[in-house]
Design a protein around this ligand. Structure first.
Ligand code: NAD
Length: 500
């Protein structure tokens, strides 16, 4: 099943040869039931990196059968032991940082520095939830009328289907698997078809860390809907956690209604980044660079619209454009690269179309603006100024290294512009006025706000959105609740027949 290239470095070839290329079902690696394969390509070259097994609906059914069979046993494993397994997985991921970073860069395109940062972030979910496993508790109380006793406990929701996107191949898996395993749920992981290699390597690490057979089942596939549809319709599945586009999330929400599945949805974004006149200029420029160009701009949290108040706009734009011009677009494995290729031809075409549309509507190209004429999917880091509200780039998720800048005059206008979207994942505000920052925090329709910060992702914090950006939270104390069910036992007054 392996396809590697002589042009690759020894390190790359050795790593690719070590990736388990099968499906993980009930603790065994196996080929697809129809021997079908999924080629995984390198966005920096367009070359096939590896061909792996592509799950069929039959494989999906086997994965669910394994997860359902293992559920009761896994739920009874002491929380401390479940936590210890996650802790060992954390240690193993950190120890293999370079392998995980390289495989992510090869299949997703981001720079090695970005991939290393993702490994650190992703591993923290395992450490955080290794600790949360032991803090699942309940309560015993006396009802207000003094009669009934109320016993409230938490138990795992049950087998969970976890569907992840390609842009953070490791972190999106650990952000779901960490809390699911900590809570005592078994899982079926369906990674994105574009970046399944990281998920396969991670699954192997989980097995080595002591995850019992059937508790984690990993099924990459070319046929996402055909494989996951029957699972979502099956009453043995009790939870669906999805991270991806709003469009697919909405479809899955409808499908999940039939079984009244527990749902977590982490969907698309259209983040506003607001720079007020009273902002510290360096902080704002640094924050905007991070919020826009982290992960090649391919992040649900990426600043999609940069709104700058008129007084600071000339200075901000000049510095921001100068910084963007310093970025180096190259293969992610190139040590000089600060921005890598986007994930595929469709994404490259979409980003180029958005830039062309904005220019057609009157925007000014202040930096970049072009695709590179070479193999792979490279788009220059780009800044657009004077972008009119009618440009598509203001409404659609860009998912690429393009920064549109718009000016505003009042706080009220900024908030109206920022909220004029169906999305509500994250926003960013730069101001040195604390009260203004707090007003923005209260009035912006988002699940998360970066205040004088271009980065909000933190394993100890509840990540998630409002409006079309999703339902539920991942990470923080809230993250494990998504995988827990509350049970209440009503108990008769123990004193009612006592002769006291
Ligand atoms: P996508 O919706 O195309 O795919 C996401 C996952 O769903 C993949 O595993 C894909 O194979 C699977 N999928 C696609 N169609 C399916 C179907 N019919 N049935 C079942 N599964 C299906 O999204 P993507 O392009 O992989 O990721 C980019 C999107 O993800 C962006 O919109 C981004 O904002 C969003 N995202 C959100 C968050 C968040 O936490 N809110 C994080 C990362 C990415």
């Amino acid at each position: 099943m392996t396809t590697t290239h002589a042009s690759r470095s020894d390190q790359e070839r050795t790593l690719l040869a070590s990736i388990p290329a099968g499906l993980l079902i009930d603790g065994q690696w196996r080929p697809a039931s129809d021997n079908g394969v999924l080629p995984v390509t390198d966005p920096a070259t367009g070359e096939v990196l590896l061909e792996i097994a592509s799950a069929t609906p039959q494989d999906g059914a086997d994965a669910l059968a394994a997860a359902a069979a293992a559920q009761r046993r896994w739920a009874r494993v002491p929380a401390r032991d479940r936590g210890e397994i996650l802790r060992r997985a954390y240690e193993a991921v950190v120890a293999r940082t370079e392998d995980f970073a390289l495989i992510m860069t090869l299949e997703m395109g981001k720079t090695l520095a970005e991939s290393r940062a993702e490994v650190a972030y992703a591993a923290e979910f395992l450490r955080w939830f290794s600790q949360e496993a032991t803090r699942i508790d309940g309560r015993y109380s006396v009802a207000p009328d003094g009669n009934s006793r109320l016993l409230v406990t938490k138990k795992p929701v049950g087998p969970a289907l976890l569907i992840t996107p390609w842009n953070f191949p490791l972190a999106m898996a650990t952000r779901k698997i960490g809390p699911a395993l900590a809570a005592g749920c078994t899982v079926i992981l369906k990674p994105a078809a574009l970046t399944p290699l990281t998920a396969l390597l991670f699954s192997q690490v989980l097995i080595e860390a002591g995850v019992p057979d059937g508790v984690v089942n990993t099924i990459p596939t070319r046929h996402a809907g055909a494989v996951t549809g029957p699972l979502i319709a099956d009453p043995r599945l009790r939870k669906l956690s999805f991270t991806g586009s709003t469009e697919v999330g909405q479809r899955l929400l409808k499908d999940a209604a039939d079984q009244v599945l527990r749902i977590s949805m982490e969907l698309g974004g259209n983040a506003p980044l607001i720079v007020f006149d009273d902002a510290d200029l360096d902080t704002a420029v640094n924050g905007a660079m991070l919020a826009k160009f982290r992960n090649n701009g391919e992040a649900c949290t990426a600043a999609n619209r940069i709104l700058v108040q008129e007084g600071i706009a000339p200075a901000f734009t000049e510095r921001f454009v100068a910084r963007v011009k310093e970025l180096t677009l190259a293969r992610g494995t190139d040590p000089d690269a600060t921005v890598g290729p986007v994930i595929d031809q469709d994404t490259l075409d979409k980003v180029a179309d958005l830039v062309a549309d904005a220019v057609q509507h009157g925007a000014t190209l202040a930096a970049g603006g072009h695709t590179l004429d070479r193999p792979g999917y490279f788009h220059e880091p780009t800044v657009l100024t004077n972008v009119p509200a009618t440009a598509r780039v203001m409404r659609e998720e860009i998912f690429g290294p393009v920064a549109p800048i718009v000016t505003f005059s009042t706080e009220q206008e900024a908030l109206e512009l920022a909220n004029s979207t169906e999305f509500g994942l994250v926003g960013y505000a730069f101001t040195s006025d604390l009260n203004r920052g707090l007003r923005v925090a209260e009035d912006l329709e988002v699940g998360m706000l970066g205040l004088n910060s271009g980065l909000v992702s933190n394993p100890a914090a509840p990540f998630g959105g409002v409006k079309h950006s999703g339902l539920g939270r991942e990470g923080g104390r809230e993250g494990i609740e998504e995988y827990l069910e509350t049970t209440y036992v009503g108990i008769a007054n123990p004193y009612q027949s006592a002769d006291l």
